[in-house]
Write a protein that binds this ligand. Structure first.
Ligand SMILES: Cc1cc2nc3c(=O)[nH]c(=O)nc-3n(C[C@H](O)[C@H](O)[C@H](O)COP(=O)(O)OP(=O)(O)OC[C@H]3O[C@@H](n4cnc5c(N)ncnc54)[C@H](O)[C@@H]3O)c2cc1C
Length: 446
């Protein structure tokens, strides 16, 4: 056994950001990562020779933690292509529009604006740090986003658009997500426009080299402090020491940071068991499931037709698209978010066929024959499955939310789900890692 100051479980953005801070403070750190790579829900693959992100992709204004980190590590961003018209395939027709909200007729637009206003007004009374203590907590946590939409008489188009938002944000349906969670999440992102927009919002920029390079750069700095293929299975703890068992052996430390999604905490035995509520919290914070399909073409041909490559569809499996091509002259790359239901269970050929059918219904027959294709189903991962983030059901925040990141002796909790700003995003992951590192630095000083 080897003694460290801190063991960090998980080499996603949260765990690596935590380890980096701890090293800066002079601590001996070891990061245990169960996969054979770093990055977690950030994973960059190659399509027609172009880096493409299977998980976390976009960044935008006010995501200052991840943006500063990327700059520091020499990973530049570029704007997401958004010139020209967007498309919407809705109720059997394909139409074009500009901006975030599609042209769906005046009455529908008024209804969507009303719903947006109401969601944000509810947010005024929700405390992001302690949502369970908000005056409206019980009421909001007693219903789902879907139930709330029904209760305020949202029209069919508003409900369908918010279902699209729910799928892409949590990988879940509006009927699965607590309204308190939804309102808090939107507020933590700075509002619906900030969360959903391209220009001025969370999809404004992406990394030509992919997001995983940021994790790899952090891991390179940490060197042999990062151990891959090390699945943590048990933590034994006393007031001032931990012993962490992983598939790479047992290590001892003074503190541990568990930087994995709450649902995955269930896979680690903790002895003695944490106080009542921690196990229930992990059971109540399930990961959603979202998939992505990418197709590459010789050129971004849709740009020639004045199209931005951004589209919404009420027919799946692909329900949102973006253009992430490296430029005008290189290959054209379409990114489609796919509904995991009815996609993940298909065989590879059928997934490709269905995704390309969606691309061609939107962008025309040129989309039928890509030069390369790739998809990824996060809900079907065998280790640490799910994403983009937790789809928290009713009751969970008010029952167990106060335990989400409350340390247990020398155990500290990180991961984007525990962040107060940009919860669920890369930025929230970095912030959560730094917050947990600060807790540990303070604890080790005493
Ligand atoms: C399809 C998709 C699209 C997304 N799009 C965006 C986007 O555009 N912009 C954005 O900001 N965010 C996006 N996200 C979310 C973003 O990727 C996550 O918020 C972020 O990567 C979470 O980082 P994390 O460190 O908190 O957790 P993770 O990345 O999940 O890291 C946890 C790590 O712990 C490891 N682990 C788990 N259990 C154990 C164990 N027992 N032992 C050892 N290791 C363990 C896992 O393998 C993983 O590497 C997206 C995610 C997905 C899936």
């Amino acid at each position: 056994m080897v003694g460290y100051d801190v063991v960090v479980i998980g080499a996603g953005f949260a765990g690596l950001a935590a380890a980096r801070e701890l090293v800066k403070h002079g601590h001996e750190v070891l990061v245990l990562e169960g996969r054979d790579r770093v990055g977690g829900r950030s994973s960059t693959a190659s399509l027609a020779g172009v880096p493409v992100d299977l998980g976390g992709t976009f960044v935008g204004p006010t995501q200052d933690a991840v943006l500063a980190l990327a700059t520091e590590l020499g990973c530049p961003t570029e704007p997401t292509y958004s010139e020209g018209a967007n498309l919407i395939r809705w109720r059997g027709k394909v139409r074009s529009y500009r901006g975030t909200i599609p042209r769906l007729g005046l009455l529908r637009l008024v209804d969507i604006a009303r719903i947006q206003w109401q969601v944000e007004r509810l947010g005024r009374n929700v405390d992001i740090t302690k949502p369970w203590a908000s005056p409206s907590a019980k009421k909001l946590d007693g219903t789902t986003l879907g139930g709330w939409l029904h209760s305020v008489g949202a029209g069919a188009s508003s409900r369908d658009l918010l279902a699209v938002m729910s799928r892409v944000t949590w990988g879940a349906e509006p009927d699965q997500v607590s309204m308190l969670h939804a309102v808090r999440y939107v507020k933590a992102a700075g509002g619906l426009d900030r969360m959903l927009d391209v220009v001025g919002g969370a999809q404004q920029d992406h990394f030509p080299g992919g997001t995983q390079q940021i994790a790899e750069a952090m891991a390179a700095e940490l060197g042999d402090r990062v151990r891959l293929n090390a699945i943590a299975t048990r933590i034994e703890w006393s007031d001032d020491a931990v012993a962490v068992t992983s598939s790479a052996g047992v290590v001892e430390a003074r503190r541990v940071i568990v930087a994995i999604p709450p649902a995955h905490r269930l896979n680690i035995d903790v002895a003695p068991p944490p106080p009542i509520g921690y196990q229930q919290l992990a059971q109540s914070w399930p990961q959603g499931a979202l998939s992505k399909a990418y197709a590459a073409y010789p050129r971004p041909f849709w740009r020639d037709k004045g199209l931005s490559g951004q589209a919404l569809s009420d027919v799946g499996p692909v329900f949102i698209t973006f253009d992430v091509s490296p430029g005008d002259d290189g290959p054209g790359i379409l990114l489609g978010f796919a509904d995991s239901r009815g996609f993940d269970a298909l065989d590879a050929e059928e997934r490709r066929k269905r995704a390309l059918a969606c691309f061609s219904a939107l962008f025309g027959p040129d989309a039928e024959n890509p030069i390369d294709y790739l998809d990824h189903c996060w809900g079907a991962e065998t280790f640490a499955p799910g994403g983009p983030t937790a789809a928290v059901p009713p009751g969970a925040w008010t029952e167990f939310g106060h335990l989400l990141r409350e340390p247990v002796g020398p155990l500290h909790w990180a991961g984007t789900e525990t962040a107060d700003e940009w919860t669920g995003f890369l930025d929230g992951a970095v912030r959560s890692g730094r917050r947990a590192a600060a807790e540990v630095v303070a604890a080790l000083r005493n």
